[in-house]
Design a protein around this ligand. Structure first.
Ligand code: UDP
Length: 250
């Protein structure tokens, strides 16, 4: 594929249309969490922590639901954005975007596990954006899965978990159409210019957990959707490998 055809000439950071930004993980950055990692994804950086509570939500007890629960919280630190973002606590309410994102993270983490096998406990996945440059929700899911895996490994090492509850690893990535070119992994500068913006959450079986796709400025065709999905699958398979290496490093 020529540079022109691959869209790389049009990208501000010179990446090919189907190329991820550099993604790295720094594990155990929050020692009081059961599992933690700092995911650095280009200029987007998110602290992802998994903390275990040895109890289940009241509704599970009331309904006699077997097993445990995973839930997530997401927030952008005030200095993570170009203009200071007020903390939800100072506004007295959580903003709609954060709520939508933390529900997405929770659903994605629950899809990775057999909740019965984690036993009667709750896993909190806390994602705090240190620096935002597009793709903070996909970084939260991809890093959240690493933090979750590290926490489960700790439970096993401590003899608190004897079975493997993981059904399938989970990662997420953004795709979109910018200047009529389908591309993978949009930083902020491309996100604001995108005609189409989509987030993919997938597992290691190559199955979809969630698709959030919007024709922000234009409609999109079957062919464009297919090209975005092809880029997305490539990105997800690379992310799953990076996660595997990060989890093995402990
Ligand atoms: N953004 C921001 N302030 C906000 C929301 C978003 O600066 O209150 C920027 C940030 O760089 C973010 C990007 O806009 O990563 C895209 O935001 P979007 O809501 O699409 O979510 P994301 O791509 O981060 O999952």
């Amino acid at each position: 594929m020529s540079d022109e055809a691959s869209g790389s000439k049009q990208r501000p950071d010179g990446r090919a249309a189907d190329e991820l930004r550099t993604v790295t993980f720094k594990n155990n950055i929050a020692p009081h969490a059961t599992g933690s990692t700092l995911i650095e994804w280009g200029d987007t950086r998110v602290i992802c922590c998994a903390t275990i509570e040895e109890e289940v939500p009241r509704w599970m007890k009331a309904q006699g639901v077997e097993g445990g629960w995973i839930t997530a919280e997401y927030s952008m630190l005030p200095y993570s954005t170009l203009d200071r973002k007020r903390r939800d606590s100072s506004k007295g309410k959580i903003d709609g975007r954060s709520q939508e994102i933390q529900r997405l993270i929770g659903r994605s983490m629950r899809a990775a596990l057999d909740l019965v096998k984690i036993g009667p406990r709750t896993v909190w996945i806390d994602c705090d954006v240190l620096q935002a440059d597009g793709g903070t929700r996909t970084a939260s899911i991809t890093g959240g899965y690493v933090a979750l895996s590290l926490a489960l490994a700790k439970l096993k090492a401590d003899g608190l978990l004897t079975v493997d509850p993981i059904v399938s690893p989970v990662a997420a990535v953004s795709v979109g159409v910018v200047n009529d070119v389908p591309i993978l992994d949009l930083p902020y500068v491309e996100d604001v210019a995108a005609e189409v913006d989509m987030n993919l959450v997938m597992n290691a079986e190559g199955e979809f957990i969630e698709l959030q796709g919007t024709g922000e400025k234009d409609t999109f065709s079957d062919a464009e959707l297919a090209a975005m999905l092809t880029h997305g699958r490539k990105g997800i398979s690379e992310l799953l490998e990076l996660q595997k290496t990060a989890i093995a490093a402990g």
